[in-house]
Design a protein around this ligand. Structure first.
Ligand code: GLC
Length: 475
């Protein structure tokens, strides 16, 4: 079985969010199951030179995008056993960052087109093209409209995975007709049309052979108006071919026993975990105290992550007997919120408005509790890493947070974290208070640690689910 992943980011080449972690780790687990899986990405300027210098050119050709004739180079690099292909066009991709340009529609139209055209040049005819998020969403459309009737392409199936339905890639219809050479028949309500424009995401959803999203609960939620981002009725109509498969994490990459960023490596020893905490307190200028609960937030600072709830009760949270460590960048108002809090409560909170992988690992290792009060969360990766590093998650019961964190039950001793149902600041505050109280109860905390130890959030099970979905499709 041959599978080509098409995506706009992957660790370690380019990352803005959790999508990159998935594309960087799931293929390795699929390969273990005997699948020949390869990944194709844009070649951005920010890819570290150590990688770009090691790439080899495997093809160069001219492709047609509407009336345009454009250069396309394909470079290849094998990384940790997985072949990665990079689409080279300096006009579109030799820019800082991945997204946020006025011509993103054209840039990712080009990406989708280049993926389809490159197949015949790289000597890899996949059985499945697995497309991730809106940036790859027009691949199934191009396949149906321009490729499926060619004999070498006829057997292929396409899978569309939604990592976040909020980002849809909606642009003017004229652009779609121009870039993809599509007729009016593709712009009805049951095709690309969305809000009077056209939608990359909708293309991926309606023209693919199967749809997946990154947790079973999110698969249910997006069929409702609150989470459906105006596509809930479409999601209901497609529910028969919509599958929720929860993400895992790379257990070799995220392992407190071998993580080179940590002061002290550990697996289950709380004493060693506390040694990390003390080192981090010294480093960040917080009062040194191994017994005070440390609560962490490692996240993009955006609305989705539930930061409005924290804003609402910030003074109550700062009054608790706990220390807070924040790491991340994002919307100005939330960056300012945490800068202000660090200024007001220097003994309580450390705000690190930046992203640094090493510091992130130290925070996972040092913290006792990990807060994710998301408004919605397709899967979420932070809580999985936190559990692997024995930091107990406090989450809102939504999407993948609901599927991966089992609320602690005082009477049975079962559970792996703390959770609340409603998007409400005081429900969150109460849950944080309960978590802090439990931290001080030796037996209950021992139960939580023992329960975390038994959980497996590696990719193994989920990769099996993807493999069996591929099998069904090619049968
Ligand atoms: C997006 C979602 C996040 C998910 C990730 C990977 O970033 O917001 O919940 O974990 O994609 O699928």
């Amino acid at each position: 079985m041959k599978v080509l992943f098409a995506a706009s980011e992957a660790v370690p080449f380019a990352k803005t969010g959790g999508l990159a972690d998935v594309i960087g780790s799931l293929p390795k687990e699929l390969a273990k199951q005997g699948i020949d899986v390869r990944v194709i990405l844009p070649k951005y300027e920010d890819i570290p030179a150590a990688y770009t210098q090691a790439m080899e050119t495997v093809a160069t050709f001219t492709l047609e995008m509407g009336w345009r004739k454009l250069y396309c180079g394909i470079l290849k690099l094998e990384h940790e056993g997985i072949p990665f292909y990079f689409i080279d066009n300096e006009f579109y991709f030799h820019r800082r960052g991945c997204y946020g340009y006025g011509d993103d529609a054209e840039r990712f139209a080009y990406f989708c087109r280049a993926v389809m055209d490159s197949i015949q040049h790289i000597d890899f005819m996949p059985d499945i093209i697995h497309c991730h998020d809106w940036q790859a969403g027009m691949i199934p459309v191009l396949y149906r409209a321009h490729f499926s009737y060619q004999p070498e392409y006829a057997h292929m199936k396409t899978v569309m995975t939604v990592h976040n339905l909020k980002y849809q890639g909606v642009f003017a219809k004229e652009q779609f007709k121009d870039f993809f050479a599509l007729g009016d028949e593709h712009f009805t309500g049951y095709a690309l049309e969305q809000y009077g424009g056209g939608s990359f995401m909708k293309g991926g959803l309606l023209y693919s052979d199967a749809i997946t999203t990154v947790s079973p609960t999110y698969a249910e939620e997006i069929q409702t108006p609150f989470y459906g981002e105006y596509l809930d009725s479409l999601m209901r109509s497609q529910s028969q071919r919509l599958h929720g498969i929860v993400n895992g994490i790379d257990y070799t990459e995220f392992d407190p026993m071998t993580d080179p960023h940590l002061e002290v490596n550990y697996r289950d020893s709380l004493v060693k975990k506390q040694q990390n905490k003390v080192k981090l307190q010294e480093k960040l200028g917080l009062p040194v105290n191994k017994d005070i609960p440390m609560i962490a937030l490692v996240t993009r600072l955006v609305e989705q992550k539930g930061l409005a709830l924290i804003d609402r009760v910030i003074s109550e949270l700062m009054a608790l007997d706990a220390q807070w460590v924040i790491l991340g960048t994002g919307e100005h108002r939330y960056e300012q919120l945490f800068r202000w809090a660090a200024d007001q409560y220097p003994d309580k909170l450390s705000a690190n408005i930046l992203f640094d992988e090493g510091l992130a690992r130290q925070i996972y290792a040092s913290s006792d509790l990990f807060l994710m009060p998301s408004q919605f969360e397709p899967c979420g990766i932070g809580q999985l890493i936190a559990m692997r590093y024995r930091s107990v998650p406090i989450v809102r019961e939504t999407g993948g947070l609901k599927d991966t964190v089992q609320p602690y039950n005082e009477s049975t001793g079962e559970g792996t974290g703390f959770s609340f149902a409603h998007y409400n600041a005081h429900d969150m505050l109460y849950t944080v208070e309960r978590a802090i109280a439990t931290y001080h109860e030796e037996e209950a905390w021992g139960n939580l640690m023992a329960n975390l130890k038994k959980k497996d959030f590696s990719w193994r099970k989920s990769a099996q689910q993807y493999a069996s979905l591929y099998e069904q499709l090619i049968k």
